[in-house]
Design a protein. Structure first.
Length: 87
């Protein structure tokens, strides 16, 4: 699983919730109305805010939000890899 590459080890019941979220990340990333070089940071911030509202404590940390966004793009919309920072 792509998440494990980034140190995220969801339980089986969490995977069912993460797949739609990952697909949603792909849709949101490309449709954001900010310059491409700002999309990753903006999406990371948005993910952390949503996680806080939803009580998903692990995703409130920047490193986890970035990792989940990277894994989402790599697994579900690799055509958008250029929107991810290289470092």
């Amino acid at each position: 699983m792509q998440l494990e590459v980034y140190g995220i080890y969801p339980t089986a019941d969490q995977v069912a919730l993460l797949i739609p979220a990952a697909n949603g990340n792909c849709d949101a990333l490309v449709s954001m109305t900010v310059p491409d070089d700002q999309k990753f940071d903006e999406m990371t911030e948005l993910s952390m805010q949503l996680a806080k509202m939803q009580g998903k404590t692990w995703l409130q940390e920047r490193a986890a939000a970035e990792a989940f966004l990277r894994a989402s793009v790599e697994a579900y919309c690799p055509e958008n890899l250029a929107l991810l920072p290289t470092s």
